[in-house]
Design a binder for this molecule. Structure first.
Ligand SMILES: *Cc1c(COP(=O)(O)O)cnc(C)c1O
Length: 475
């Protein structure tokens, strides 16, 4: 029995049915379930055999019990820590279908249907964000890899300007690449630069008011280096703030260079008329990175990079064909030569299902719901004398701190650090922490499709309860 060769098609269906039954138990509990599991040790208790296996039914049964006990409820409306969406029903089911079909979306040779669907989804994503039809790109697992993709193309272009084919000759043949960003830049951009061989030190921060880029310093830098790459952050994970894209694009146009926009979650603000202004100038960028597993509520791993000149992708990521690989179809060799991955999951299915099921209008309504939720939470924080709103929310992130004790920022920081720990230990809600102008604050990222004002009121009640308990135990 514990030999995959002996497993009949019925065994696969039985195993999927086990998962379906687990989902029937789990999913109804998601809206009210604690964000964090009570048991952290569940995974380490799971053992793996040395010799014979237990068979699919026993293995899946054991995995389900451990997973339900140990997983964070990050798809639920009480999980407000990392900027994560939940999986909407259509996207979740399509992700399941992706596993059933298990396509290798490397290209038309391995999976023609999934490859075509990916091209369709990329065209639609570009259109949804107001980018011209000549834009295209590639699906990747995350915003980190999406920024890696955009910055690899920027590197290729930088090399071309200096007579170097970086893909062929390497970086050493070209002058060092200057990269500029604001304090809002995400650490994964530095990671992408280090992976590309530029080293994190190539990044110059131009600190300005409110974390946004200082345009005068940026212009100085671009002028001194005769151009370069500018990474603009459209929605920073810590506070939800945006760099001014149109003003940055103006400078990049004037001095030459490449504008990469990291819109991991913030790109979706373009879907709503209320927040679209935050992305004014987006279409003047050269590359845009985003995640669908954040504000679009598609399951992990769902990032994408869109580019003004998609032809650069093959210049940066192409590789000579292996003898066993099929020839290109009309010059199109597939996404394995248009991005960092070779064999790849068919990520287009959940994206397609999400857009097909909810439409740009439905997704825009979801964004509006979260803008309303952020305004609701901010208003409630303002009314609570023990709390302080650290920033007016501009998108779906709200930062606040407890000011019920301590006369100065130093002791307030310590109090808020302890409060964050106590909230995490309580586990009902997951909140993040961030630091704004030296003030440690609690951070709620509101982008799960189920989040409404009720959860947020409950969350604040809980935070106040935990903080009063802390105050009492300290006294
Ligand atoms: C989340 C986030 C990232 C990283 O996204 P991954 O999907 O974890 O790679 C990058 N930039 C911003 C602004 C983010 O919010």
């Amino acid at each position: 029995m514990p030999d995959p060769l002996d497993d009949s098609p019925a065994a696969a269906l039985a195993a999927l049915r086990q998962v379906m039954e687990a989902a029937e138990r789990y999913l109804p509990s998601v809206p009210t379930r604690s964000a964090l599991p009570s048991s952290r040790a569940a995974a380490s208790r799971l053992d793996l055999p040395d010799g014979e296996g237990a068979g699919a039914e026993a293995a899946i049964g054991e995995l389900i019990e451990a997973a339900l006990a140990g997983a964070t409820t990050s798809t639920g409306p009480r999980y407000l820590d990392f900027v994560v969406g939940g999986a909407t029903p259509a996207a979740m089911a399509a992700d399941w279908l992706t596993a059933v079909l298990d396509q290798n979306a490397a290209g038309p040779g391995s999976a023609p249907w999934a490859t075509e669907l990916e091209a369709t989804v990329l065209r639609r994503l570009a259109a949804m964000f107001g980018l011209p039809p000549s834009w295209s790109g590639v699906l990747v697992n995350s915003s980190m890899l999406a920024s890696f993709t955009g910055l690899a193309c920027a590197t290729q272009r930088w090399g071309e300007r200096h007579g170097v084919d970086v893909a062929e000759q390497g970086l050493a043949a070209a002058p060092p690449l200057p990269v500029f960003a604001s304090d809002l830049v995400h650490p994964t951009v530095g990671k992408a630069l280090q992976m590309l061989g530029h080293g994190r030190r190539c990044l110059t921060i131009c600190p300005g008011v409110g974390g946004r880029v200082d345009l005068a310093r940026l212009e100085q830098g671009l002028r001194r280096h005769g151009g370069g790459v500018v990474v603009a952050t459209a929605g920073d994970a810590g506070t939800g703030r945006f760099d001014p894209l149109a003003e940055i694009a103006e400078l990049v146009d004037r001095h030459g260079g490449w504008l990469h926009v990291d819109g991991a979650f913030g790109l979706y603000a373009a879907l709503s008329e209320r927040s679209r202004y935050l992305l004014d100038g987006l279409a003047r960028a050269d590359s845009v990175a985003a995640d669908a597993h954040k504000w679009m509520n598609v399951p992990y791993e769902s990032g994408f990079c869109l580019l003004r000149e998609p032809a650069l992708l093959e210049a940066a990521f192409g590789m000579p064909p292996a003898p066993y690989l099929p020839p290109a179809e009309n010059g199109f060799r597939g996404f394995s030569v248009l991005g960092p991955e070779s064999s790849r999951r068919a990520r287009s299915l959940p994206l397609w299902a999400s857009i097909a099921a909810y439409g740009p209008d439905g997704l825009a309504r979801m964004v509006n719901r979260h803008l309303d939720a952020a305004a609701h939470l901010a208003a409630r924080v303002r009314r609570e004398p023990e709390l302080e709103l650290i920033l007016e929310p501009v998108s779906c992130v709200v930062c606040f701190r407890w000011v019920g004790a301590g006369p100065d920022d130093v002791s307030l920081n310590e109090q808020n650090r302890r409060l964050a720990e106590a909230v995490a230990k309580d586990g009902a809600f997951a909140l993040g922490m961030t630091s704004v102008d030296g003030k440690l604050a609690l951070r709620a990222a509101l982008c799960n499709w189920r989040i409404g004002p009720a959860e947020l009121d409950e969350m604040l009640d809980r935070v106040l309860l935990v903080s009063r308990r802390l105050g009492r135990s300290a006294a």
